[in-house]
Design a protein around this ligand. Sequence first.
Ligand code: HEM
Length: 352
Amino acid sequence: MREFMQNIEKDFEKSPIVDFKWHAIEMGLAIIQRCAFGKHEPLGENQYLKTVFKVFDFEEVCGSWLDSFFAATHDFVKFTHYLYIGTFLTNSTLDERDKERIEGKNINRQPDFLDYLRDSEVDPAEIMDKQKSTLDTKVQKNLTREELQAQCIMFLIAGSDTTANATQYCLYELAKHPEEQEKVFEEIELNINGEEEITYTTMQSMRQLDWFIKETLRHHPLVQTTNGIARRAMENTTIGNGIRVDKNVCVAPNILSIHFDKTLWGEDADEFHPDRFSPEESEGRHPMAWLPFGAGPRICVGMRFAMQEVKMALIYVLMKYKLEMAPEFQLNSFGLVIIKPDSLKLQLVERK
Ligand code: HEM
């Protein structure tokens, strides 16, 4: 976070209007890279990851890598390179960790996701043997090396762009709603004392900040589209007012419509009102009215992690700057699987 702020400060020295887009992307990428790959590189210095990350900006050929697979091969080739690099990175990190364990190095290093995942690693032969002997068809809780790699790549794909974009939308809404920005800032001032380390517990107590992020994600659910959180019916069933869904049919909620549905959110559904997430105003609301992270057993596993990351970024920015809308800036969002701003220029005023 300090590096993220240093880069913003460098831009601010040149101009009070700062584009946050790449700063947020670098931050999201660096955090996941550290947690899922154990790679600690300075922000923005991992050039090849940055290049492949652009694949998700879908600037070329057509809408998405999946569409491209059918329409043209260009993006798809880039995407497979991305997976290849992801596999290479994970492999090299896993090898380093193996060495670490054997040689007893880095024992005092801070543990990360990779350490926890490695604790569940087993030899695939062991799983096969167990399954053969007990005829156990339950899913094993252990991971083979291949599964471990796949999890790391999944974290990188699902956990970097998403948080970066959520952070950008929050910064935009803070600038757009100065009165809400003031409420969040007052809460920060009340809870954080200058140089102090920002802890998980401190962030937990900051309710206004939490409601602010939730309201932003209601207005800007990053995953809005059918392929984002679709589900396949495992058997013939009937949902809602007698709608029949046959086995194997995919059903996807229209998240944007749900997030602005007046029957769920009240007459002020179109307004930006973070306090609607307060316990008093949330009472009796349908549990699936708010879906930026999906729902049910396959809800986003990184939800809490992402919320902490966004909170931390907002705290750091707000402690240093007041955010204002930059003249003539217009927010444009694009993307198919993940909706994102194409740039985010904000005017900064340094706080005393
Ligand atoms: C603001 C940030 C984020 C948003 C809006 C978001 C959104 C989502 C959504 C909508 C889903 C699909 C859930 C469903 O089908 O019900 C999902 C799944 C997933 N997310 Fe996130 N996510 C975010 C951050 C993260 C982070 C930081 C990580 C990793 C640390 C992560 C890892 C995953 C994984 C692994 C899945 C697949 C879960 C499964 O299929 O069981 N996400 N996310």
